[in-house]
Design a protein. Structure first.
Length: 435
């Protein structure tokens, strides 16, 4: 985790202190269940909660023990016993290390997902507000980076809103998929621990029992989780890329807020660069990169191996922390985005009516001209606009083959901008609902 791209609340989920506290809770809840089943004394379970619950786990002490034992869970249990005393012998009865590690990892992923969902909610609110603000702000739509037909900036933003709504739905599903618990012992057979212990721990930790855990929770669940984060990152990059294009000097239809005292370049004082959107593009690349090793973790050997462990120690914190930061940064970009409606309209008119070519094409076909001939006539006049800086309507009116099919009034009517925005409200109702 890079502090520059981290926020404290998400970082804390992955701290050693929080991890050891979760480990303790898993072990203590298991002891409660074992006590109810008569496997260990109830007094021992109470002592474990009282002494372990009041303990402040010493990360350096655990690390020192691990340097000798070469085993992180044993190091933790040894340190826990220093607080609990003789009743510590009842901790970890019938359990294996993966029961603790995997259950903890899923608890952390669920907590991280909750923060990410809150981030998405804030982003969605910001996009909706700006979309409603610019519902009727006419702008040019582009395909291949080239002027296509008119739309509104609000419709463009509504498309991003719908995309991030889908992202939220996917994350809710991914959170549910990874919300499982395994307290099933060596190779997951429950030979030395009752399945009711797993059910109790799962309920206490806000999880659900893993149907078949072998000795680890199946990693296809985690692959889907990190793949979902990668798709969300791709959506972040798509919106960031739109901002970057719109901020280009030749376009300048919108730009990131440039604060007083901000500097754009060490060499060129005039620069106002889309640095936040470019940063988001880079962060999105990193989040996507974590999805592949998560997928490669699925194919573990037999009932378990630990080739996934080193991967998850990295991608768990890094992917969630980075995406959390990126979502919050993107929300700020959207909220403070400076929009230039006049420049949008000026750019739309730059090619003097060319963007209405399809309407003329369709009108000619409806007037009885074949599609092939209609396309030839429209393109012939459109190319004069590209090459000679001509006015499209003027060229059409001067073309005898065109005016033979369409009179001047009919042609002029095809250059009405309102025609292209007449269904904006329908789109908005589909995205945001009626009202």
């Amino acid at each position: 985790m890079i502090p520059r791209y981290s926020r404290p609340e998400m970082v804390s989920i992955w701290s050693q202190e929080v991890k050891f506290r979760i480990w303790f809770e898993i072990e203590a809840h298991a002891c409660d269940a074992l006590a109810e089943l008569g496997v260990i004394p109830k007094e021992a379970a109470r002592t474990i909660w009282e002494k372990g619950g009041a303990a402040t786990f010493d990360v350096e002490r655990i690390d020192a023990i691990e340097r000798e034992t070469k085993h992180d869970v044993i190091a933790f249990l040894t340190h826990l016993a220093e607080f609990v005393g003789p009743d510590a012998r009842f901790i970890h009865q019938g359990m294996t290390s993966s029961d603790v590690l995997d259950t903890c990892f899923n608890v952390q992923l669920v907590r991280a997902a909750d923060l990410l969902l809150a981030d998405l909610d804030a982003l969605l609110a910001a996009i909706k507000r700006r979309a409603l603000e610019h519902r009727d702000t006419v702008t040019i739509g582009r395909s291949h980076g080239i002027h296509a037909e008119p739309t509104t900036f609000g419709v463009k933003l509504a498309g991003f809103y719908a995309e991030f709504e889908r992202a939220r739905e996917r994350l809710v599903a991914a959170r549910e998929e990874v919300r499982t618990c395994a307290i099933s012992g060596a190779i997951g057979s429950f030979a030395n621990i009752d399945p009711r212990v797993e059910a109790h721990v799962a309920d206490a930790m806000g999880l659900k029992p893993e149907p078949v855990s072998t000795q680890v929770i199946p990693r296809d669940r985690h692959a889907m989780f990190f793949a979902t984060l990668g798709v969300i990152a791709s959506s972040i990059e798509r919106l960031a890329t739109e901002v970057r294009h719109l901020q280009r000097t030749e376009v300048l239809e919108a730009e990131e807020y440039f604060s007083p005292g901000q500097k754009g370049s060490s060499a060129m004082p005039h620069k106002r660069n889309p640095v936040l959107s470019e940063n988001l593009t880079g962060l999105a690349r990193m989040v996507r990169s974590y999805a592949l090793p998560a997928m490669e973790n699925v194919a573990l050997w037999h009932e378990r191996d630990i080739s996934h462990s080193s991967v998850e120690r990295m991608i768990g914190p890094d992917a969630t922390v980075t995406l959390d930061f990126a979502l919050v940064r993107l929300t700020s970009v959207v909220e403070r985005l400076v929009v230039y409606p006049e420049r949008m309209l000026a750019n739309l008119n730059k090619f003097k009516g060319l963007v209405h070519s399809q309407r003329v094409l369709l009108a000619l076909t409806q007037a009885g001209v074949s599609r092939e001939d209609a396309y030839r006539l429209v393109q012939r006049n459109a190319m004069k606009v590209w090459q000679d800086d001509a006015d499209f309507l003027t060229e059409l009116l001067g073309d005898a083959e065109v005016t033979a099919a369409l009179d001047e009034a009919s042609l002029r009517e095809k250059f009405d901008l309102g025609y292209h925005t007449k269904h904006v409200q329908t789109i908005f109702e589909r995205v945001f609902g009626a009202g």
